[in-house]
Design a binder for this molecule. Structure first.
Ligand code: PEP
Ligand code: MG
Length: 570
């Protein structure tokens, strides 16, 4: 059997050769060397090989992706020629009689730290370049053969055990036609990022990695969740046809880009996008997003070796807010933990990370980290319609404590002469059942709710969102979930507040009729889901969907609810 089923994580179909992605181990130990000159020679050799490699990559990038992208590699070459970096490494080897990899890692580490603390965003970005270049030289010193996802330069399907969000962020859409992994679910963060990059993906295949060799021909069917290994010519033809039909459908949806989102009977709702990095804003605009409903700021903290400074954060938030040109931007404060780790915080491993020390729990404990983020956000608020929300709120006490820290920092900033907006809406994610049940009390104190169904479902059903063995319990249409959603929306409306949803359920075509009927005000989803959702809502009557939702709330199972929704299309 050449077909493996997994979870359809990002729509579209791709056909290309397999590229197996595995992560090298960069553990570096300090060792005393006898012959320092031999070690310096090793360093020079690694530098020369890295330069030759970069030259090739630069030329290929120039030919295939243009000047702008090739400049990155030109700047890497300049770093390798910079005596201010190279001489201190050689000096360290000679003076301390240590190994070249250790000396390079130490010296480069100091430069990275220095760049990260610079005021200008341009210089801060140089830290990432320095980190990349260092790894490249280390590959030669440590004998590691590694092609980073950013360097892939022919059309491939990436095959991996799992992809970290930072791997996913590096994938180049031009060459990476699709990806598939052993583990993960539709709401794992690599799947969420694949959707924002518009790369077809199938995750949770359990064993794809052991069944595929580098170079095998692969079809990724991100519409149905299938992967074909070495398909026949007839299969390739069949899937190519499916891809063409899907492309035509996308072209139809694109016509709705600048239209408002209105139901057939005239009810207006807002369709916003979930983003992970400032670059994602382009996709939001291209796909007709009416705002950003969730900016997951944790990606700013990942893929680096220490916390981002206030300046780094301010620049990122400001960029998003300015590029959204007055449209609302809901920024979520740091939600680290669960499947998003920060190795440099050195937190102890937990038995149940999704139930552990994550998000607001960590921020209220590590106030230094939280206050820095709040300051950056408050400063960025002067540039547009910023809304702030706290993740994983389980009690009113947590909300009040977080809000008080925000107010303290606001006062301090004003005292220091910074401009801070007076009209920042402050809300919470509702993703823990205790908060959904008590929504009437929260609604008196917050400006809005955003329902995080990715977590709300896992906590209500007690089913880990990353564990494909219990994925059958991941039931967005279960009436228990719908009742919780209704409690939240009704509680907000009773206080004249609005409710959004930023979990993946908001973009799910089976859930949309129900959510419209339950009175959801804002739907925030992967940018690529916005236009299909706008098209779907334009064909639905909100009044009819209210009746449909009322029926669904009285049902016993998710299957009955799904059948009810599908009957309206029959
Ligand atoms: C959610 O839980 O629904 C959510 C949007 O947050 P995340 O997926 O980042 O946990
Ligand atoms: Mg969540």
């Amino acid at each position: 059997m050449n077909k493996i089923s997994g979870i359809a994580a990002s729509a579209g179909i791709a056909v290309a050769r397999a590229f197996i992605l595995e992560h090298p181990d960069y553990t570096i130990t300090k060792t005393a060397v006898q012959d320092a000159e031999a070690e310096v020679a090793k360093l020079n050799d690694a530098l020369a090989k890295s330069k030759a490699e970069l030259q090739v990559i630069k030329e290929r990038t120039l030919a295939e992706l243009g000047e702008k992208k090739a400049e990155i590699f030109e700047s890497h070459l300049l770093i390798l020629d910079d005596p201010e970096l190279i001489n201190p490494v050689a000096d360290k080897i000679r003076e301390e009689s240590v190994n070249a990899d250790y000396a390079l890692n130490e010296v480069a580490g100091q430069f990275i730290e220095m760049f990260e603390n610079m005021k200008s965003a341009y210089l801060q970005e140089r830290a990432a370049d320095m980190r990349d270049v260092t790894k490249r030289v280390l590959n030669h010193l440590l004998g590691i053969h590694y092609v980073s996802p950013a360097e892939i330069s022919e059309e491939v399907i990436v095959i991996a055990l799992d992809l970290t969000p930072s791997d996913t962020a590096q994938l180049n859409r031009k060459f990476v036609k699709g990806f598939t992994t052993n583990i993960g679910g539709r709401t794992s963060h690599s799947a969420i990022m694949a959707r924002s990059l518009e790369i077809p993906a199938v995750v949770g295949t359990k064993d794809i990695l052991s069944r595929v060799k580098s170079g095998d021909l692969i079809i990724v069917d991100g519409l149905n969740g299938d992967v074909l290994i070495n398909p026949s010519e007839a299969e390739v033809a069949e899937y190519t046809k499916m891809q063409e039909a899907y492309d035509l459908q996308i072209a139809e949806w694109k016509k709705l880009r600048d239209e408002p989102t209105v139901s057939a009977d005239g009810k207006h709702v807002e369709l916003a996008a979930n983003i992970g990095t400032p670059n994602d804003v382009n996709g939001v605009i291209e796909n007709g997003g009416e705002g950003v409903g969730l900016y997951r700021t944790e990606f700013l903290y990942m893929g680096r070796d220490k916390l981002p400074s206030e300046e780094i954060q301010y620049n990122a938030y400001r960029t998003v807010i300015e590029n959204m040109k007055g449209k609302p931007v809901v920024v979520r404060t740091l939600d680290i933990g669960g499947d998003k780790e920060l190795p440099y915080l050195d937190l102890p491993k937990e038995m149940n990370p999704f139930l552990g020390f994550r998000a607001i729990r960590l921020c209220l404990d590590r106030q230094d980290i939280f206050r820095t983020q709040l300051r950056a956000l408050l400063r960025a608020s002067a540039h547009g319609d910023l809304r702030i929300m706290f993740p994983m709120i389980a009690t009113l006490g947590e909300f009040r404590a977080a809000r008080d820290l925000l107010l303290e920092e606001k006062e301090k900033l004003r005292g220091e002469g910074h401009e801070v907006s007076d009209s920042i809406q402050l809300g919470i994610m509702v993703e823990i059942p205790s908060t959904a049940v008590l929504a009437d009390q929260f609604a008196k104190e917050v400006d809005f709710f955003s329902i995080g169904t990715n977590d709300l479902i896992q906590y209500t059903m007690a089913a880990d969102r990353m564990n494909e063995r219990v994925s059958y319990l991941y039931q967005p249409y279960n009436p228990a979930i719908l009742r919780l959603i209704k409690i939240v929306i009704d509680a907000a409306h009773a206080e004249g507040k609005w409710t959004g949803m930023c979990g993946e359920m908001a973009g799910d075509s089976t859930a949309i009729p129900l959510l419209l009927g339950l009175g959801l005000d804002e739907f925030s989803m992967s940018a690529t889901s916005i236009l299909p959702a706008r098209s779907q809502i334009s064909k639905l009557s909100a009044a009819d969907m209210k009746e449909l939702a009322a029926k669904a709330l009285q049902m016993g199972t998710a299957e009955e609810v799904a059948a009810l929704v599908h009957s309206i299309n029959a």
